[in-house]
Design a protein around this ligand. Structure first.
Ligand code: UD1
Length: 418
C-alpha cells in the first residue's frame, strides 16, 4: 500500500506540461476495436484506468503497448465478445466496450461495471440507446448480453445528457445502417475528441459539442494515428492548487476555452489567470474571496470532477461560499476528511456551505475516490504540518504521477510505501 506525505506551506512556482485527457483516451481506445489494423495514439496518460483498458483490449484479442505516452495498438485479431469480469469490475469505463464490440462482432457480454463510489451510477441510458439501435439485451446473474446482426440508425433521446451514454451510442451508430440522431446529447469536449477520432477513421459524424449529434453509418472504418486532447480536469486541479498554496506557475498543453466555468470562478475570487495559445499562467498571493453559489452541471457548466478541489480552495477563502452538486449524489465524501483537517463545511440537501477558515491542520486522511483524493492532496499543500493521504490508488486512476508533478512545482510531497 502507498500513501502521500505532504508538508504544507510552500508556494508553487515553475512550469508544467499537462497530460492527455483520461476521459478522452478511454472511449477512443475502446473505439479502436471498430476497425482492424494498427493504431498509434499519442498523449495517452500512464494511469491505472488506461492500463485496465489496455488489458481489456488484450483480452479481446488486440495487441497493445504503451510507451512514453504512445499507445501502439493492433486490433486486427479482436474476436472475443466478452469483457473479463475482474477487469470490468475495476473500471466503469469498461461499459464503453459494449457499443463498439456490438458493432464489430454482433454480440458482446459484459458484467455490470464498477468504478468510483460517488453515487448510484446507472447504465439505463446506455442500454436504452443501444436497444433503440436494434440491440437485443438479456440480463442474467449480473451479466448483460447485447446482440444485433445489423444495428439500424434511429433517433435517440437522452433524458439526461450522459457523457458515457452519448459516447457509447456514437460508437455503436458509426457502423449502423442509416442515420442516428442523438438528441439532448452531452456536450463535453471529450465527445468532440471522440468524433474527431472516429471521423479520422472514416466515420460520418457531425454535431459533437452541441446537443444534437448526427451519425451516418458507414460500412467500414480504418485504423489511424491520433493525438488525445489535454486533460481539462488535471489543468483545473493545478489552477486550484495555485489558488490554495499560492505562487505563480505556467501550464502548457492546455485548452483554456474548455475551462471557462472554472476560470470565471477563480478569477472573481482573486486568482490571476492569463492565457495565450495553449499556455495558462496562474498567479495568487493572497487568500481568495468567497464565491456565492456554484452549481455543478453538464458541460459547459462547472464540472463535477473539479467540485472537491474547488471546495478546498473555498475553505481558504475570506467569507462563506456554497457549492451545489447536481451530477452525483454521493460526491461529498471528502467533506468529512476536510473537516478533520479543520475546514468548516456543512452539507444539506446536496449543497455544501463552506465557511473559509484560512489555515488547515495536517492529519491522516482517506482518499475515498479519484477527485476527492486529489482535493485532499491540495488541502495538504495548505495545511500546517505533514498530511498523510491514504488510499492513493484512487488518485493514480486519474493523475499521472501527481507527486512528481507537484514536486516539480516546488511542493514537498513524497510517495511512501507502507
Ligand atoms: C463521465 C466522466 C466522469 C464525470 C462524468 C460527469 C468519463 C470516463 N468519466 O462519467 O469523470 O464525472 O462524466 O461529467 O468520461 N446516468 C444515468 N443513466 C445512465 C448514465 C448516467 O442516470 O445510463 C446518470 C449518472 O447516474 C449521473 C449522471 O447521469 O448522475 C452523469 O453521468 P455520466 O454523464 O454518464 O457520467 P459518466 O459518463 O459515467
Amino acid at each position: 500500500m502507498e500513501t502521500f506525505a505532504i508538508e504544507g506551506g510552500r508556494p508553487l512556482s515553475g512550469s508544467l506540461r499537462i497530460q492527455g485527457a483520461k476521459n478522452a483516451a478511454l472511449p477512443i481506445l475502446a473505439a479502436s476495436v471498430l476497425a482492424e489494423g494498427q493504431f498509434y495514439i499519442y498523449d495517452v496518460p500512464h494511469l491505472k484506468d488506461i492500463k485496465v483498458m489496455l488489458e481489456i483490449l488484450t483480452a479481446l484479442g488486440a495487441k497493445a503497448k504503451h510507451v512514453d505516452g504512445c499507445v501502439d495498438l493492433d486490433t486486427t485479431s479482436v474476436s472475443v465478445p466478452h469483457v473479463p469480469d475482474d477487469l470490468m469490475s475495476q473500471m466503469r469505463s469498461s461499459i464503453f466496450l459494449a457499443g463498439p464490440l456490438l458493432a464489430r462482432l454482433g454480440e458482446v457480454t459484459i458484467s455490470r461495471p464498477g468504478g468510483c463510489d460517488i453515487g448510484e451510477r446507472r447504465i439505463d441510458l446506455h442500454l436504452s440507446g443501444l436497444t433503440a439501435l436494434g440491440a437485443k439485451i438479456e440480463e442474467s446473474e449480473g451479466y448483460i448480453t447485447f446482440r444485433a446482426k445489423q444495428l439500424r440508425g434511429t433517433n435517440v433521446f437522452l433524458s439526461f445528457p450522459s457523457v458515457g451514454a452519448t459516447e457509447n451510442i456514437m460508437m455503436a451508430a458509426v457502423l449502423a445502417k442509416g442515420t442516428t440522431r442523438i438528441c439532448n446529447a452531452a456536450r463535453e469536449p471529450e465527445i468532440i475528441d471522440l468524433q474527431n477520432f472516429l471521423n479520422a477513421m472514416g466515420a460520418r459524424i457531425r454535431g459533437a459539442g452541441t446537443d444534437t449529434i448526427e451519425i451516418t453509418g458507414v460500412q467500414r472504418l480504418r485504423s489511424v494515428s491520433y493525438r488525445i486532447i489535454p486533460d481539462r480536469i488535471v489543468t483545473g486541479t493545478f489552477v486550484l492548487a495555485v489558488g490554495i498554496a499560492q505562487g505563480h506557475i505556467e501550464l502548457t498543453n492546455t485548452l483554456p476555452e474548455q475551462l471557462t466555468a472554472l476560470i470565471e470562478v477563480v478569477r472573481s475570487c482573486g486568482v490571476e489567470i492569463k492565457t495565450r495559445h495553449d499556455i495558462m499562467e496562474i498567479k495568487s498571493n493572497s487568500r481568495p474571496r468567497a464565491y456565492d453559489r456554484i452549481i455543478t452541471s453538464p458541460y459547459p457548466g462547472f464540472p463535477t470532477d473539479l467540485q472537491a478541489q474547488l471546495m478546498v480552495f473555498l475553505s481558504q477563502a475570506r467569507g462563506t461560499s456554497v457549492i451545489k452538486e447536481t451530477i452525483f449524489e454521493g460526491r461529498f465524501k471528502h467533506v468529512n476528511e476536510l473537516a478533520r483537517m479543520g475546514a468548516s463545511i456543512y452539507v444539506d440537501l446536496g449543497s455544501a456551505i463552506i465557511r473559509g477558515v484560512g489555515k488547515l491542520t495536517a492529519t491522516s486522511v482517506e482518499a475515498t475516490d479519484l477527485r476527492a483524493g486529489a482535493a485532499l492532496v491540495l488541502a495538504g499543500l495548505a495545511a500546517e504540518g505533514i498530511t498523510t493521504v491514504n488510499q492513493i490508488h484512487h488518485i493514480d486512476r486519474g493523475y499521472d504521477r501527481l507527486e512528481e508533478q507537484l514536486r516539480r512545482l516546488g511542493a514537498d510531497i513524497t510517495r511512501v510505501s507502507i
